[in-house]
Design a protein around this ligand. Structure first.
Ligand code: ADP
Ligand code: ASP
Ligand code: MG
Length: 424
């Protein structure tokens, strides 16, 4: 007997038939004698619809009212998960399984006050653990928490993954299974590159990079929590027959295990390719080349909560003027340009130029730490396809390259094959 957390994403609970299918997966584990907590997302498309309603509420013409109140955003968007948690509990009960739904505030899953992108601070798991011990399945609404203001808080898009891993850590589960619409983590998004290979295992550090560089299969924060709390996390498919052979294997279920790098015997140099769309580049021309200029630019941007990513500064030709280029999410360009123009005197630049619709493609692998020439092969492969590179950043285990949007898929496939990741 083990304690298991099972999380089902939006496509896995997209309609009543799929919710029934999810209940069959849960039943398999219950029948095997395990204590089970389930975490569900909203039906696919639901959260987008709810966010759209919040964003499109008409305003009085000329109103200076803020965009919207983040606490009310949370009250609206958290509702999708309330529906699926109740429906799954009903489906389980129809199979004679003792099940009960839980909203984030009922657990409670306590978060900080960052409504819309809250972080989990603490989970009081005692009640759920007791009931699980009595044989009741806890069906928990993902994505939701309770803020210090005693109001509903949501965990940011994709946050149900984080709910699941955090609950697994809190109830000391043997395993956390993230069920989704693909049967594991692949060398790149299998929807873009059909030759992508499924990985048996991937190291926490690599998964963190993959997730933060655009592979949305897991929310970044969920990987951080799995790494810190050593939660044995698997990514697997809800679309397989729940009763197929091996599906109930306790130690080696089908899917991809996210684990410590020591657990991976054959470490490749490059493990995967990720991409992030909707990047934008801003260049400040003829900046004064003096101490404090970076602080003058990035300080106000940080205060405006604009996430700056790649930063490239030229060496000035004459020691007095230079150029600075950096990237921000496309949706933040106008806000960033406004902040820069408000601070133009203090920063001291000539013109600000911007370009949207760019894509960041990244090559990830722990093996890069001990191998030279990995970046050079990427540049060569992209050059051979005539893809122009706009900016580059590197770290110990990744290389990120900024390119024009229309080349995204070609670049992903080119790099995937250049590093020998294509399945034969
Ligand atoms: P869920 O609704 O279950 O949370 P998501 O849509 O958030 O599912 O994540 C699953 C999707 O992640 C897949 O459909 C796939 O297109 C995408 N994805 C991107 N990169 C990868 C990757 N390297 N491996 C697997 N899936 C990936
Ligand atoms: N329903 C939320 C979203 O679409 C959370 C999740 O599915 O993980 O972002
Ligand atoms: Mg997701």
């Amino acid at each position: 007997m083990a304690r298991i957390v099972m999380k089902f994403g939006g496509t896995s609970v997209a309609n009543l038939e799929r919710i029934y299918n999810v209940a069959r997966h849960v039943k398999r584990e219950v029948d095997a004698g395990h204590e089970v907590a389930v975490v569900v997302s909203a039906m696919s498309g639901k959260t987008n619809e709810l966010v759209g309603w919040v964003e499109n509420m008409p305003k009085v013409a000329g109103s200076n009212a803020p965009f919207y109140d983040a606490r009310e955003y949370d009250a609206v968007v958290a509702s999708g998960e309330q529906v699926t948690s109740g429906l799954l509990a009903i489906a389980l009960q129809s199979m004679d399984i003792n099940a009960r739904s839980w909203q984030g505030w009922q657990v409670p899953i306590k978060t900080d006050n960052a409504h819309g992108a809250a972080r989990i601070l603490d989970i009081e798991g005692a009640d759920i653990i007791r009931r699980m011990g009595e044989g009741q399945v806890a069906v928990i609404a993902g994505f939701q928490g309770l803020g210090p203001d005693n109001r509903m808080a949501t965990l940011g898009r994709g946050g149900s993954d984080t709910s699941a891993v955090a609950i697994a850590a809190a109830v000391k589960a043997e395993r956390c299974d993230i069920y989704t619409d693909v049967d594991g983590v692949y060398t790149t998004d299998p929807r873009i590159e059909p030759k992508a290979r499924r990985l048996k295992k991937i190291a926490f550090e690599e998964m963190l990079e993959m997730a933060s560089l655009g592979a949305k299969v897991l929310q970044v924060r969920s990987v951080e929590l799995a790494m810190v709390h050593k939660v044995r996390t698997f990514v697997r498919s809800s679309f397989e027959d729940p009763d197929a052979p091996g599906m109930g294997d306790l130690l080696n279920p089908p899917g991809t295990l996210i684990c410590d790098e020591d657990e991976i015997v054959e470490q490749e140099v490059v493990t995967g390719i990720a991409y992030a769309k909707d990047e934008a580049q801003i260049s400040l021309r003829r900046l004064a080349d003096r101490p404090g200029v970076s602080a003058a630019i990035f300080g106000p941007l940080a205060e405006a909560h604009i996430n700056v990513d790649m930063i490239v500064q030229n060496i000035s030709e004459d020691g007095s003027k230079t150029d600075m280029t950096f990237t921000v999410p496309s949706g933040d360009v106008d806000k960033a340009l406004k902040v820069l123009s408000d601070n133009k005197e203090k920063i001291g630049y000539d013109v600000a130029q911007s370009e949207s619709g760019l894509v960041k493609v990244s090559v990830i692998g722990i093996g890069m730490r001990s191998h030279a020439g990995v970046a050079a092969s990427a540049f060569r492969a992209l050059a051979d396809k005539g893809i122009n590179i706009k900016a580059i950043t590197t770290s110990e285990i990744k290389i990120s390259i900024l390119i024009d949007g229309p080349y995204a898929e070609l670049a992903v496939r080119t790099l995937h094959s250049a590093y020998g990741l294509d399945k034969s």
